[in-house]
Design a protein around this ligand. Structure first.
Ligand code: SUG
Length: 423
């Protein structure tokens, strides 16, 4: 196992919110997306909100990367179904148009180099096999990962085979003294979710841990509670998040949590488990506000910071709990709020929009890293090309499709990532 490396830092890769962002209500068990079904979306505003979040993260001193919108509609996927966009039935049109690749936490599971027996950073693209509109993301995601992480410091893998559902980093947490030190990796899987699907399967999580050559003594598998999934926590990152030696979770996040916490404490005595009791914040309020779908980060100042959506401020019990924690002696020292309302309308908070990779930035294709100047350029392209609004009933409009396709092309050209244009 590799030892701690000061060159390794955490980079958040945010999915740029694509020009086809719309509210088709394609995710059963995702209460926000179901509520938004049929509403008019605002792709331009959505993407600008995403850029503003990245810009705020840069201002905190964090490293920032990007993943790119996928080609939509996905003609290749439709061809595999022996149809095309103009003649496909409405449900396939909607599934082919989804901008769901924006939620980069579902792009892959990442095991940083210090955790792996071979000293490389391992990434397994998520198969997202449970829901049709997400099941066709992986080939394009894999192409992007293979470009961004082409350096031999990385090992990039194809998906775990279906039917073993895998939704990537949204169901994976890492605890480590510092980012560059060997960590503990936690895989959270679902078995039952009341009326809703359990999207992360145990066998998929186990396959990834084997593939990434993780130390079994430092790898944990824990079941997400049925009540959490049934309550709308379709991914673990809706009810828990980890950073450094802190695990921040809702009391009802895990099945058999006492045994889990005991085993974690034995493996990492310095762990700080910050549990929010249901008596202070109900599961329903935690899910509605996305309190835990926050970015828990350590900026260079060392002050552990929780980046929550505006909705957390607007939910009184959640905001009260956060204020009390900050006023007390807890490990989270600072709060930041971000406005990602358009993404939230589809159940995607600040943490859903990013994939964390611990690596030496010098080993990453620089076209996938951003500074303020590059974000300005991205903002210009979005302002000039992204549709202002999409009515859920009008996603098959040929003029809209043409605008969405040329918008993506304009972005890839501006960023010089031309390999992806006609992949
Ligand atoms: O898979 N929503 C996404 C939200 C993903 C959030 N990601 C994390 N929790 N990490 C999902 O349910 C709705 C899109 C639609 O209905 O068009 C959607 O796919």
């Amino acid at each position: 196992m590799a030892s701690s490396d000061p060159l390794r830092t955490e980079i958040n890769f945010d999915g740029i919110i694509g020009p086809s962002h719309n509210f088709a209500g394609l995710s059963p068990g995702n209460l926000a997306a179901t509520r938004s079904r049929g509403l008019t979306s605002n792709p331009r505003a959505a993407a600008l909100q995403g850029v503003a979040k990245m810009s705020a993260n840069l201002a905190l001193g964090l490293r920032q990367g990007i993943l790119l919108p996928h080609p939509r509609p996905d003609h290749r996927w439709l061809a595999g179904l022996a149809t095309d966009f103009a003649t496909a039935p409405a449900h396939l049109q909607a599934q082919a148009m989804s901008a769901s690749a924006m939620w980069a936490a579902n792009a892959a599971t990442v095991s940083p180099a210090p955790d792996s027996a071979d000293g490389r950073c391992h990434l397994t693209v998520a198969n997202l096999a449970t829901l049709p509109h997400r099941s066709h993301e992986w080939p394009e995601t894999l192409a992007q990962l293979r470009l961004a992480f082409a350096n031999p410091a990385f090992a990039v893998y194809g998906p775990v085979p279906a039917p073993f559902g895998d939704e990537g980093a949204a169901n994976h947490m890492r605890l480590a003294a510092t980012h560059g030190a060997p960590g503990i990796e936690i895989f959270v899987y679902g078995v039952r979710g009341g009326p809703f699907p359990a999207r992360q399967h145990f066998d998929a999580s186990q396959a990834i841990a084997r593939r990434h050559r993780l130390d079994p003594a430092r790898t944990f598998f824990v079941q997400q509670s049925e009540e959490a999934i049934a309550g709308g926590a379709f991914h673990n990152d809706v009810v828990a998040v980890a950073n450094g030696k802190v695990l921040f979770a809702h009391e009802q996040a895990f099945a058999e949590k006492d045994i889990f916490y005991e085993r974690l404490r034995a493996a990492m005595p310095e762990i700080e488990i910050v549990e929010v009791p249901a008596a202070s914040v109900t599961l329903a309020d935690a899910i509605a506000s996305y309190l835990f779908n926050a970015q828990l980060v350590t900026p260079p100042s060392g002050e552990m910071t929780l980046i929550v959506p505006e909705e957390a401020r607007e939910t009184a019990p959640v905001w009260n709990w956060l204020q009390a924690h900050i006023a007390g002696n807890g490990p989270i020292r600072r709060l930041e709020t971000v406005d990602v309302r358009e993404s939230m309308g589809n159940g995607g908070g600040p943490a859903c929009l990013r994939l964390r990779v611990v690596a030496d930035p010098a080993t990453i294709d620089p076209r996938f890293l951003v500074d303020e100047a590059r974000l300005d350029r991205i903002e210009e392209v979005i302002a000039a090309h992204w549709p202002d609004a999409i009515q859920a009933s009008a996603i098959a409009d040929p003029a809209l499709v043409a605008q969405i396709e040329s918008a993506r092309r304009a972005l890839l050209e501006a960023l010089g990532i031309v390999e992806l244009i006609d992949r």
